[in-house]
Write a protein that binds this ligand. Structure first.
Ligand code: PHE
Length: 341
């Protein structure tokens, strides 16, 4: 029996050396150490031994069992280590390889200027409102005192939807004055940015779609001094403390008196240069005191309330702000251009 035990040990250890997978290892354990295993089979014959032989063989059998168990355990550990090593190798990440760069957009320069403007006006207690771009001629023209026959109402200048010229793409943000006065009682302080449309050919200074920002204040005791003070302060906050403004008389049907505001050229400070076309000044916006007829048309008593309004082209403002020379760059959305701001 002693030989038999030695044989089992030798065979098992030899087989163990060949094992290269954990399931095969388990099969091997069952084959030798399991209930119906070879070692157990040998031990079952212990009864046939003499009293002297029994403890000797018993001890040897225990040794063989212990030896095989230890060998299987260590082989299992070895296989687990090998598996881990292989996994680490297959899952290696080279952290020195440059990552995939993600293309990020950037905010459009015109909207940067708009955000800054909104901040300035909100800081002065104005509310930002936005509304429709398809308008009734009543709001875009009539109620703004732009009567039938006004040149801006020509089919050559305006995009109409209907033969009777009653529905159109708004040509200015001024109809927002009417919408806001219709739904809100004074005091009113609002700015309304948005797209407007005119039948213009595309060139360096024109586009059939562009943006305007409208503004309006209605309250008791509002005067031209409020208009000049507020708009000059906006110009200073936008272009810098030393910005000089001037107001020239002008005409708009919906304001009386009307004016245009210029800023002194930021390049030549009034001396005259190509940027201001030798003028020394750059025209910025149209404005004026809201016409009593317009107030009345919205149910606001012009003997109690007064107010002022302004409107300007946002692209033009952004061009001046960033010293860009061609309006088309604003619309082309070439990332190489937009990234610079
Ligand atoms: N809507 C005028 C324009 O498009 C600008 C303006 C707005 C003038 C408000 C006066 C008051 O030219």
């Amino acid at each position: 029996m002693k030989e038999k035990l030695e044989l089992v040990r030798k065979e098992a250890l030899a087989a163990l050396a060949e094992v290269s997978a954990s399931d095969a290892l388990e099969a091997l354990r069952v084959k030798y150490l399991g209930k119906k295993g070879e070692l157990t089979a040998v031990l079952k014959q212990m009864g046939k031994l003499s009293a002297e032989e029994r403890p000797v063989i018993g001890q040897l059998a225990n040794e063989v069992r212990a030896k095989l168990e230890a060998a299987i355990e260590s082989r299992a550990q070895q296989l687990a280590n090998e598996a881990m090593a292989a996994r680490l190798l297959s899952e290696t990440v080279d952290v020195t390889i440059p990552g995939e760069t993600r293309k990020l957009g950037s905010q459009h320069p015109m909207y940067q200027v708009l955000d800054e403007l909104k901040d300035i006006f909100i800081g002065m207690g104005f509310e930002v409102v936005e509304d429709r771009e398809v308008e009734l001629a009543a709001y875009n023209f009539d109620r703004l005192n732009e009567k039938e026959g006004h040149p801006a109402r020509e089919w050559t200048d305006t995009f109409y939807f209907t033969e009777d010229s009653s529905i159109l793409l708004r040509t200015q943000t001024s109809p927002m004055q009417i919408h806001v006065m219709e739904r809100q009682k004074p005091p009113i302080r609002m700015v309304a940015p948005g797209r407007v449309y005119r039948k213009d050919e595309v060139d360096a200074t024109h586009s059939p779609m562009f943006h305007q920002v409208e503004g309006m204040v209605i309250d008791k005791g509002i005067t031209m001094a409020d208009l000049k003070g507020t708009l000059s302060e906006v110009a200073r906050q936008l272009y810098g403390e030393d910005t000089v403004t001037r107001f020239r008389p002008h005409h708009f049907p919906f304001t009386e008196p009307s004016c245009e505001m210029d800023i002194q050229c930021y390049k030549c400070h009034g001396a005259g240069c190509p940027t201001c076309k030798g003028e020394g000044w750059i025209e910025l916006l149209g404005a004026g005191m809201v016409h009593p007829t317009v107030l009345e048309g919205c149910g606001i008593d012009p003997d109690v309330y007064s107010g002022w309004a302004f409107g300007f082209g946002l692209e033009r403002l952004a061009l001046a702000y960033f010293k860009i020379s061609d309006l088309r760059l604003i619309f082309e959305n070439d990332v190489r251009f937009l990234e610079q701001f």
